[in-house]
Design a protein around this ligand. Structure first.
Ligand code: BGC
Length: 752
């Protein structure tokens, strides 16, 4: 079961290269004849009825012909609780508590194809129990901005890492008989003005960086559905973007399934119909009656409707519909899925710093002071679509207490106030002493003093800082990456009271550590790590397992160093709008959908310029010689790994690197080995180096393994804008093998 993903991928690749079997997308066409016959029996009304929402989370089938409705479920990290038919409010069900899987950047920190595949199977299994046909995920956009509201939902700033994991997640979900709806296609990298912003990007960057994770899931993984994003790309909304949907997705990638607009992200009848959308979610004001009217006037043809229905039915027949009396008869969260969530969490935790070997926690430690509300606050809900009603969630404090056992005393103090995010409606009448009214509120002197008193008595202090899912959330970007509510002051006071201090950051994206880093000898990135997050964290802190996560994005020293900020591309002060947020905040707007759409049309048209091109994340820091706080790919272990000399070879289709890797320590540990490529003599412009291959290797204490990394030559191509095609520049490649983008251990040269 665990190795399932390897044969599957190999089979897909072999099939593609030998041209013997159908491609993953072509497999969707097996029922085409039957589908044509069924469509011939449908009325126009029945067909059009399939092109828009039926409820907030379903689109219609045709009962008369035995075609079941299509049931959708958020989201990327757990099957979302059942909502009422026409909104996101809870339906109040009892059996819909799901497994909460680690969030996107945590999954990516495992750098593990195996974990991504298992994760997908876990999501697929639970979706089936709930009678869901399509999972609205994975979410695979590139993490362009450190402040991005959905940075934590997305996987990585690097396309090769994102693509490898997006592919495996897709295979895992679909192997369980559920379709993915890979999102948000494409260039959805900011929440600011997300419903109106035009991402202006050059074709080479679009292809090489931003489309890569989608391309792998569609072409190699056979992703059955795709969700166009809210934003525009180069002038057109993604849900009616000819270039993205018709030319690239269907034309070049051979996509045979269907597209579903993001909720509230459909913008016109003609645009959507002509330029690649299948289903309007939600509402029917564009892809309902107006389609029928447009056919009557001759503006649209019924043949176009037939084609769209056929694309939907291909998925409908590929996914077994689960009858209502079979679905939801068991609890959604299943033990084997909880175990997957635990395995992912264990491999995701990143040891950023460990000066003087503070970690793992020494046997002599008998009194631990756990400070910080992030040790006790649950992280399953919040973040809008990506929230999960978890069956259970082990918090960091619970994990530590359980693992510490009876002979270690663990005491907790909140340390700082929590900032629960923007509040709608009138201010609350009661004042909660643990809740801040502003994100940048200074440290609370009483809470700080209480924490310092605990720290003074303890052998070890573990400070839990970071953000929360109201600060990092869909719908808005952070204003900055500062640690909120005086956390820097609190940690400085704790360090003065007791220098035996570990900081654990509970967040999904990077934070500014300039003040915290000098006073904290050990720092751990602990993520929003799912149902078993606290258990996994305790295992790492106490040294039951060695930490093995590696950063999937750069921690900049300061926000202004990051590429989009440095070039003035972000933030843009123009106030555009977010249709989704407005539509579902009718308590605030008191406007109809149509009025909101009219208002949106009159709003300013914000633009996001991607002039940094492919210099996203570490590509920028490396090329511009800007030192980050922690580099892409960084992550320490409790052991040292020795990288032996590399043997490199280049053949027509593949570049190979082989080397010995030795665990020099006294415990089993995993290392994520990373292979970067530099092209010193290229005539085409490139970043100073780019990740091209990686693997996770498990080694027992003292063990040596021979590791081979392969780079398919097709991944070394660039998008030639003049030819409007992929192209390969031959010449010298420098292969840089290392433990992080800033920790290169061996190198070799080949010529391709
Ligand atoms: C989000 C999607 C989500 C959808 C349905 C939208 O606001 O952008 O990611 O799947 O809502 O909840």
């Amino acid at each position: 079961m665990i190795k399932r993903f390897f044969p599957l991928l190999m089979a897909a690749l072999l099939a593609a290269s030998c041209g013997t079997t159908q491609s993953p997308q072509d497999k969707l066409t097996v029922n085409d004849k039957k589908i044509d016959q069924i469509i011939a029996q449908m009325t126009l009304e029945e067909k059009v009825n399939m092109l828009h929402s039926k409820t907030n989370m379903s689109s219609a089938g045709v009962e008369r012909l035995g075609i079941a409705d299509m049931h959708y479920a958020d989201g990327p990290f757990g099957i979302r609780e059942e909502g009422v038919p026409n909104g996101f409010q809870s339906a109040g069900w009892k059996l819909d508590s799901a497994t909460y899987f680690p969030t996107g950047s945590a999954l990516a920190a495992t750098w593990s194809r195996e974990m991504a595949y298992l994760y997908g199977t876990g999501m697929g299994t639970e979706a089936r129990l709930r009678g869901k046909d399509v999972i609205l995920g994975p979410a695979v956009n590139i993490q362009r901005l450190p402040v991005g509201g959905r940075t934590y939902e997305y996987l990585s700033e690097d396309p090769i890492l994102s693509a490898a994991l997006s592919l495996q997640y897709t295979l895992g979900v679909q192997d369980k008989g559920t379709a993915v709806c890979i999102k948000h296609f494409a260039v959805n990298n900011q929440e600011t003005n997300r419903g109106s912003v035009d991402a202006q990007i050059d074709e080479r960057t679009l292809r090489e960086i931003y489309l890569k994770p989608f391309e792998s899931a569609v072409v190699e993984g056979g992703a059955m559905s795709v969700m166009p994003a809210y934003n525009k790309v180069n002038g057109d909304y993604c849900s009616e973007n000819e270039h993205l949907l018709n030319e690239i997705l269907r034309g070049e990638w051979g996509f045979k399934g269907f597209t579903v607009s993001d909720w509230g992200g459909t913008h016109s009848t003609m645009g959507a119909m002509l330029h690649g959308l299948n289903v309007q979610m939600t509402g029917s004001n564009y892809l309902g009656q107006p389609v029928i009217d447009s056919i009557a006037t001759g503006a649209l043809t019924e043949a176009l409707v037939d084609e769209k229905v056929k694309q939907i039915l291909r998925v409908r027949y590929a996914i077994e519909a689960i009858p209502d009396d079979v679905a939801n008869t068991k609890m959604t969260s299943q033990p084997e899925c909880q175990d997957i969530a635990k395995q992912v969490a264990e491999k995701s935790i990143v040891l950023l710093k460990n000066q003087g070997g503070v970690l793992p926690i020494a046997k002599s430690v008998k009194k631990i002071a756990v400070i910080g509300q992030n040790a006790v606050l649950k992280t399953q809900s919040g973040g809008m679509g990506a929230g999960v009603k978890a069956l259970y969630e082990v918090t960091p404090l619970e994990g530590i207490c359980k693992r510490a056992g009876a002979d270690v005393e663990v005491k907790y103090a909140p340390g700082y106030k929590n900032f629960p995010g923007r509040r709608w409606g009138p201010p609350s009448a009661t004042v909660d002493p643990l809740v801040a009214s502003a994100i940048d509120e200074a440290a609370d002197p009483d809470l700080c003093a209480e924490a310092v008193a605990l720290a003074q008595e303890a052998d070890l202090v573990i400070f839990f800082g970071g953000t929360n899912k109201s600060i990092e959330t869909e719908g808005s970007d952070r204003q900055n990456i500062d640690l909120p509510t005086g956390q820097n002051e609190v940690v400085a006071a704790l360090a003065a009271a007791n220098p035996n201090l570990v900081t654990v950051l509970i967040s999904g994206g990077p934070t500014d550590l300039r003040q915290l880093e000098p006073v904290s000898p050990a720092i751990v990135q602990g993520w929003w790590n799912g149902t078993e997050g606290g258990t996994a964290l305790a295992e790492v802190l106490f040294g039951d397992i060695a930490p093995s996560g590696k950063l999937p994005f750069t921690f900049p020293a300061k926000l202004e160093d990051s590429p989009a900020y440095a070039l003035g591309n972000f933030p843009d002060k123009t106030q555009g709008g977010d249709l989704f947020t407005l539509m579902y905040r009718q308590d605030r707007t008191r406007m109809s959908r149509e009025e909101i759409q009219e208002m949106m049309a009159k709003m300013p048209k914000p633009v996001s310029k991607y002039t940094e091109g492919s210099l996203v994340g570490y590509r920028w820091y490396d090329t511009k010689n800007v030192k980050p706080m922690y580099a892409f790919g960084h992550g320490l272990s409790y052991v040292d790994f020795e990288y032996g000399a590399v043997k490199a070879s280049a053949k027509k289709d593949v570049v190979k690197v082989t080397f010995n890797l030795t665990n020099k320590g006294g415990m089993t540990a995993d290392e994520v080995v990373q292979l970067y490529v530099a092209r010193p003599e290229a005539t085409v412009e490139w970043p100073s180096k780019e990740l091209k291959a990686f693997d996770r290797v498990t080694l027992a204490a003292g063990e040596t393994k021979t590791v081979t990394l392969e780079i398919p030559v097709k991944d070394l191509r660039y998008w030639n804008v003049d030819k409007n095609a992929w192209d390969l520049e031959h010449g010298k490649l420098v292969l840089l093998l290392g433990a992080a983008s800033d920790d290169i251990r061996q190198q070799a040269e080949v010529t391709i």
